[in-house]
Design a protein around this ligand. Structure first.
Ligand SMILES: [Zn+2]
Length: 72
């Protein structure tokens, strides 16, 4: 018997974002994983541009929330 296998059987894990049951070995479900990855990547990009271009540099493609609700 391999240690851990018996213990894990029947223990379902859930996505911390939406509560969906997960595939074994995954930390999040597919949609949430992609969303979190995207946010993480955006955080990295924001930090980079803030360092290079200054705090006032907020283009729409990096800070879409800044431009929401401003007419088209
Ligand atoms: Zn999810």
């Amino acid at each position: 018997m391999v240690w851990g296998v018996g213990l894990r059987r029947g223990v379902e894990r859930f996505c911390p974002e939406c509560g969906q049951v997960l595939v074994a070995g995954r930390a999040r479900c597919g949609p949430c994983f992609r969303r979190v990855e995207n946010e993480r990547r955006m955080c990295t990009e924001r930090a980079y541009y803030r360092r290079v271009c200054g705090v006032g540099f907020r283009p729409w493609w990096l800070y879409p929330e800044d431009y929401e609700g401003q007419g088209k």
